[in-house]
Write a protein of this length. Structure first.
Length: 249
C-alpha cells in the first residue's frame, strides 16, 4: 500500500489495483465514434522484400496508425481545442498526471428532445473538493464501447456546468459522452468555454476527457487519477485515465 496527502487528509491506495477507464482502440468499426470521424486504420508497412507482420512471415510487426483523437474513443483535450494559440497543445498544457478525483453517476433528464445532465444534479452529487471530476452517465451499458454517436444528439451537460466546475477549482473533467456540449449547438461550445474560462482568464493547465468508460463495478467515490496521454503537439491525444481507490488513513 502507498499513501498520499490531500487537504491535510492522508489516503492509502494499492498500486496493484489499477482501474482503467479508457476504451482500447482497435482498427475498424468496433470502437465508439462521433462527429463523423473515419474509423481507425492500422496499416502493415511493406517495402521491397520487407513485410511488417510476423503473421505474414516478417521478423517484426511494424504498422502505421491513422486516427482522429476527438472522434475515435477515449481522448483528452486542452484549451487548444477552441484556441488558435500555437502553445495550446495537450503536451504543453498537461504537465502533471496524478490528481485526486471524485467519480459520480448521474442520469440525464429529458428536456424537450434532448437528454441533459442538470447542473443541480452535479452539485448534489459532488461530496468532496476534488482536483478532477469523473461523470458516469446512467444507464451504463456495454453499448457505450461501440456506440456510433454521429447525428444522434447524445446527452450533454447543461449550460453553466463548465463555468460552475471552473469556479470549484476542478482542473480536469472526464465524461463518458462524446462531448460536454450539445452535438450541434451552432459553435457556442458553452461548457468548453466556461470550463477553460475562455478567453478572459484561460485555465491553461486544465483538460477535458471524453468517451471514457467506467465499469459498473467501479463504485462512486474518491480515487487517485493517473491521466496518461501520448506526447503530441496538437490539441488532443488518445488517453488512458487510470484510477486507484482511495481510503482514509
Amino acid at each position: 500500500m502507498f499513501t498520499c496527502l490531500y487537504q491535510n487528509q492522508a489516503y492509502s491506495f494499492n498500486p496493484n489495483e489499477a482501474l482503467d477507464i479508457s476504451l482500447p482502440l482497435q482498427a475498424g468499426e468496433n470502437n465508439p465514434n462521433c462527429y463523423f470521424a473515419e474509423v481507425p486504420q492500422f496499416e502493415t508497412i511493406r517495402a521491397a522484400n520487407f513485410v511488417g507482420s510476423v503473421a505474414e512471415g516478417g521478423t517484426v510487426n511494424y504498422q502505421k496508425i491513422s486516427l482522429t483523437p476527438h472522434g475515435n474513443g477515449t481522448h483528452t483535450e486542452s484549451y487548444g481545442h477552441i484556441s488558435a494559440d500555437p502553445e495550446a497543445t495537450i503536451y504543453q498544457c498537461l504537465q502533471k498526471f496524478l490528481f485526486i478525483a471524485e467519480l459520480i453517476s448521474l442520469s440525464p433528464k429529458k428536456i424537450g428532445g434532448d437528454e441533459v445532465i442538470l447542473l443541480e444534479d452535479i452539485k448534489n452529487q459532488i461530496k468532496t473538493q476534488p482536483e478532477a471530476l469523473i461523470i458516469r452517465t446512467l444507464p451504463n451499458t456495454d453499448a457505450k464501447k461501440t456506440r456510433q454517436y454521429s447525428q444522434s444528439n447524445p446527452p450533454y451537460l447543461a449550460e453553466g456546468a463548465g463555468q460552475y466546475l471552473a469556479s470549484q477549482s476542478i482542473q480536469h473533467l472526464l465524461i463518458d459522452l462524446p462531448s460536454v456540449d450539445k452535438e450541434i449547438d451552432g459553435g457556442r461550445l458553452h461548457n468548453h468555454r466556461g470550463f477553460w474560462q475562455f478567453s478572459d482568464n484561460i485555465r491553461k493547465n486544465c483538460t477535458i476527457s471524453e468517451l471514457v468508460y467506467i465499469d459498473n463495478q467501479i463504485e462512486d467515490g474518491l480515487y487517485l487519477l493517473n491521466l496518461q496521454i501520448v506526447s503530441l503537439m496538437i490539441d488532443a491525444s488518445p488517453s488512458k485515465p487510470v484510477l486507484y481507490k482511495l481510503k482514509k488513513v
